[in-house]
Design a protein around this ligand. Sequence first.
Ligand SMILES: *[C@@H]1O[C@H](CO)[C@@H](O)[C@H](O)[C@H]1NC(C)=O
Ligand SMILES: *[C@@H]1O[C@H](CO)[C@@H](O)[C@H](O)[C@H]1NC(C)=O
Ligand SMILES: *[C@@H]1O[C@H](CO)[C@@H](O)[C@H](O)[C@H]1NC(C)=O
Ligand SMILES: *[C@@H]1O[C@H](CO)[C@@H](O)[C@H](O)[C@H]1NC(C)=O
Ligand SMILES: *[C@@H]1O[C@H](CO)[C@@H](O)[C@H](O)[C@H]1NC(C)=O
Ligand SMILES: *[C@@H]1O[C@H](CO)[C@@H](O)[C@H](O)[C@H]1NC(C)=O
Ligand SMILES: *[C@@H]1O[C@H](CO)[C@@H](O)[C@H](O)[C@H]1NC(C)=O
Length: 420
Amino acid sequence: MRIYLIGLTILSSLTRATHLTSDYLDKVYDVMKQISTQSWENGTEAEAILQYKYPQYSVFSSSNPFPSSLSQGDFQDVFNIAQVTLNNRPSANNASANTTSASLLKDGAAGDPASLGISVLLANVSSGNAQVKGVGYGTAAEEELNYLLNDVPKSSSGAISHRADQVQLWSDSISMVPPFLAYYGAVHNNQSLLQLAYTQCALYRDVLRQDSGLWAHIVMGTGASDPGLWLTGNGWAAMGMIRVLNTIRWSGFSNSMTSQVSDLQSWVSEILTASQGYMTKDGLLRNYIDQSSSFEETAGSALIAAVALRMSTMGLTNQYASQGIQLLSAVSAKVNSSGYLTQVVNPYDWSQTATQSPEGQSFVIMAYSAYNEWISQGQQGDSDKNPLGNDSGALGGISRQYMGFVGFLTAVCAGVWTAL
Ligand SMILES: *[C@@H]1O[C@H](CO)[C@@H](O)[C@H](O)[C@H]1NC(C)=O
Ligand SMILES: *[C@@H]1O[C@H](CO)[C@@H](O)[C@H](O)[C@H]1NC(C)=O
Ligand SMILES: *[C@@H]1O[C@H](CO)[C@@H](O)[C@H](O)[C@H]1NC(C)=O
Ligand SMILES: *[C@@H]1O[C@H](CO)[C@@H](O)[C@H](O)[C@H]1NC(C)=O
Ligand SMILES: *[C@@H]1O[C@H](CO)[C@@H](O)[C@H](O)[C@H]1NC(C)=O
Ligand SMILES: *[C@@H]1O[C@H](CO)[C@@H](O)[C@H](O)[C@H]1NC(C)=O
Ligand SMILES: *[C@@H]1O[C@H](CO)[C@@H](O)[C@H](O)[C@H]1NC(C)=O
């Protein structure tokens, strides 16, 4: 009897595995669109939409993702974001100003507006450098590139600062800046930009990587400082690097940049491998990965899940697939029936929880985009027939852990019964 009661207690604390149906994901998608407002949130949203809704134009595509022509309807939801961005672009770039470099958006973070650069480049392809408020999409992208190259402060080693007013390195920057540099290089056949994207990942890693292989969040400079191993920051770093890796592979320089690709793969693996040791019994990771007192956090867990599954879909390795599934299952159970991801870190104060997270919504969409691809490829690395279970959302159903536990409990009870 006592064993039975203990069993029930453990059982009720187990995470339920769930699978978000496409109707459910539509809600997540709509909430993402509604609540994304900051530059990096819009950029991350645009990337999530590309991966999920227009996967042929994402660098995770299984064929060349760089279109030579495009109509707006081919990628409407991303085009809209590029258009909003150009409408919000500061008009300091006025007729009398003769600048060839300018940030896409006014932002104390030098790196964040670059997250929108790929959408703006695609809008340029679809519009032939059509102008918004007197500036063409292509011109805006080119000026954003020049801004990063020429105006943003750099560390002594050459790392492009994440902040505009001082040199400060944030792990976040790896998802904002290098993927844009690499993409620009790929579509303009410019190997030095692809190389620069790689070098930026290397320089950031040199400073942020800790002995465990996990990355610190914010170092150098004054003001904000966060030497902790922030989960979302590790996700930003890993996702940024795997995007650069795939951009290089699709570029015209893949044959001459194989060592860069293999470095990037090992740097992504390093983060995933180190995080594996910190998976909680609920199938999540903590907000500060190595701190046992830190809360289990779903946004960063979703981003890590996306990267883990992409490692498999891109044919790099299947060794993280099960971890990805475990994370995505637990994350899915935290999506409420209105489509909000819950139990998220506050994106504006990394030590606190919040009731919603714009970037978290995008991470769920990225993770399901990876998951759908992984399923269609025959779920390499984890052949469970129904890995996430069938139910939707927070009220979802019985997990395989649960089923496994019921089996275990039955065995224990049977054992006790027999002993008695
Ligand atoms: C982000 O997108 C939203 C919704 O379209 C828009 O209202 C907002 O101004 C955008 N933010 C920036 C910084 O461009
Ligand atoms: C126009 O550009 C000039 C030169 O950069 C600058 O001094 C001026 O403030 C700008 N004007 C506006 C209205 O943005
Ligand atoms: C504007 O910049 C271009 C390129 O740097 C230069 O050739 C041109 O003379 C400049 N025009 C004016 C009016 O300063
Ligand atoms: C923008 O499009 C024009 C016209 O297709 C092209 O010539 C230009 O290179 C593009 N600009 C960028 C930055 O890709
Ligand atoms: C590559 O891009 C950089 C930065 O815009 C530029 O300085 C360089 O001339 C370009 N190289 C080639 C080969 O186009
Ligand atoms: C889902 O979460 C959001 C954000 O926390 C909240 O506003 C909403 O009421 C929740 N929906 C339900 C059905 O609990
Ligand atoms: C659960 O999902 C699997 C795979 O998507 C499907 O084959 C199966 O029929 C579903 N079962 C139920 C009861 O809906």
